[in-house]
Design a protein around this ligand. Structure first.
Ligand code: C5P
Length: 218
């Protein structure tokens, strides 16, 4: 039962990152935040002054950017052209443009290949979080989870995480859920996934549930 791949999908604010990092640390596995990859690609597009809706230019910019991703849960760094981009990828400009860049088919294909390469490289197993992980990126994952929560709770969590206003965050989450629905259906439960609702569950209990799924697999 070694080197498990755990796939965690769900909408923003459901607790994916905290849960995935905690779980990866607990099982001494790697950790991959695929959202950071789409965000880093978007930062490259913004820095190049390219309009996110210009498909061909976006594709070229992302393919030419030097993107590096750390896969240890203690230091999941994101670098763009050799520089740390961990803070910049969380900026408002990136958050506003990311759905458009993530909707670019070639960009998706390119980043999904990179995701699969990083998964294959993780010899001690990996926890992968994002949006189309269960059905597209890692359909052979050992454990598949759809982590969700009440929309108001999701907004509250995101807002406190970034010190932002809850109402504005709720609006932003709704806008992004709608925009992302064209590409990855963040509000639908992927086939084969176990649903965990974190509305009233503390992080440790969500992690315990996933650990139980891991221990009970055949
Ligand atoms: O999870 P996070 O909010 O950082 O994701 C940022 C954006 O990246 C999402 O809104 C979505 O547009 C895109 N994304 C995606 N597929 C993934 C992960 C993220 O399209 N696997």
């Amino acid at each position: 039962k070694s080197a498990p791949v755990v796939a965690i999908d769900g909408p923003s604010g459901a607790g994916k990152s905290t849960v995935s990092k905690t779980l990866a640390t607990a099982i001494e596995a790697a950790y991959l935040d695929t959202g950071s990859m789409y965000r880093a690609a978007t930062l490259a597009v913004i820095k190049a002054g390219v309009d996110p809706s210009q498909t061909a230019q976006v594709t070229k910019t992302v393919k030419n950017a030097k993107l590096e991703f750390g896969t240890t849960p203690e230091d999941p760094f994101t670098r763009l052209d050799g520089e740390d981009a961990g803070l910049a990828i969380r900026g408002d400009d990136v958050t506003k443009a990311v759905s458009a860049v993530a909707g670019n088919k070639t960009v998706r294909k390119f980043l999904i290949e990179e995701q699969r390469r990083l998964i294959a490289e993780a010899k001690n197993g990996i926890v992968v979080e994002g949006r189309d992980i269960v059905e597209v990126v890692a359909p052979d994952a050992d454990v598949k989870v759809y982590l969700t929560a009440d929309p108001a709770v999701r907004a509250g969590r995101r807002a406190s995480e970034f010190g932002a206003d809850t109402k504005a965050t709720a609006k932003d989450i709704q806008r992004r859920d709608t925009a992302d629905s064209k590409t990855t259906k963040p509000l639908e439960v992927p086939a084969g996934a176990t649903v965990i609702d974190s509305t009233d569950l503390p992080i440790v209990e969500v992690v315990a549930k996933i650990l139980a799924l891991l221990n009970n697999r055949d």
